[in-house]
Design a protein around this ligand. Sequence first.
Ligand code: FAD
Length: 370
Amino acid sequence: MKKQLLLIGGGHAHMVTLANIQNIIAKGFNVTVIQPSERHYYSGMGPGMLGGTYQPEEISFATRRQVEAQGGRFILGKAYRIDPHKRLVYLEGTEEEIPFDVLSCNAGSYVPRKIVKGDYPNVFTPKPIEELQRAKEKILELAKDRKIRVAVIGSGPSAIEIAGNIHQLCHRHDVTMPVIQLFGSRVFMSGRPARIRRLVKTALIKKGIEILEVGHVRLIESDRIFLDNGQEYQADVTFAAVGVKPSQIFARSGLPIGPDGGLQVNEYLQSIRYPFIFGGGDCIYFAKKPLHKVGVYAVRQNPVLYHNLLACLEGRALVKFSPGGSYLLIYNLGDGQGVLGKWSISFAGKLAFTIKDWIDRRFIKTFSLH
Ligand SMILES: Cc1cc2nc3c(=O)[nH]c(=O)nc-3n(C[C@H](O)[C@H](O)[C@H](O)COP(=O)(O)OP(=O)(O)OC[C@H]3O[C@@H](n4cnc5c(N)ncnc54)[C@H](O)[C@@H]3O)c2cc1C
């Protein structure tokens, strides 16, 4: 029987492996990919989709088509649990069991909804990225009749990009500009370099976005936001951009995990207990040097993950992943403006956005089917 390579998620760290399915099959292996949607969204361009710079098809990969066109099997579903002893993956909501010899996990991260009390059609999270398209429609629908209030909870990269792109969205459409409030806890963008914080803050304030640094949001209830200092705010639309956590599959499966719940991997991007399980992107905990949850690392892991999956199937030597040095950060703040930072260089303006747009479009082009 042919050995089975199973991929959970067609995320950013699986791009090279997905592009090489035909080669893997040609070497005598079967390839199966599980993903909850037929397309994988490039999150770096998600806020730009919200702002209307990009259409959903321009920022996503046709995973199903890519897999099937190369002779692989695509399963539309969500991996729920892994049994490393039986080498099976169980899907959410079905009895189906998917066997594997070698497994690679790139199931990404999610935004915990702990502070959201209930399920509301006007409360959104930045992930999955598809949510941003629904949010866009909601904002345009409400803002065409009146001046609405939009709250963005958080002051990390996704929060600031979302706030800036809501401004762009409403600026480009025939709607009343909403009151946009960004709830940045007590310190806006805490932990980021002071100069970057200043540049971002100046750019957002210039657009009329209010930055509140008055307290921590403890609860979101439909159109009300409660702070831990007792204050209460109203919002017609709320984004809970409160940071991400790795997929919960690993904790649920009893696999060794890091303190954040990510699959604990060694330098070979291999589970520290099960040598036939690998992973990359936001869903892993890289034990040697815990990594920020940024796409840059997922992208850098691609060649190593592809090499090691094939090597594991063929019984060859694995190679080590090195996270590399500092990475280029560019925030898309909407209206063609960005903030760029690397080493001691940082600046704001159109050039920053132009560079980001060029890098992002090139990434999509490289890994898309034509
Ligand atoms: C709004 C926003 C903007 C960002 N901007 C940037 C940026 O400009 N630069 C940067 O470096 N980083 C950015 N990031 C962070 C970056 O997006 C993440 O680090 C990156 O998405 C991680 O890639 P990933 O492939 O691990 O996860 P994901 O992109 O989340 O991909 C995971 C894939 O797995 C699938 N999946 C999920 N659960 C399952 C399951 N149970 N079974 C099977 N498949 C599953 C998903 O459908 C998805 O296709 C941003 C994040 C957000 C939210």
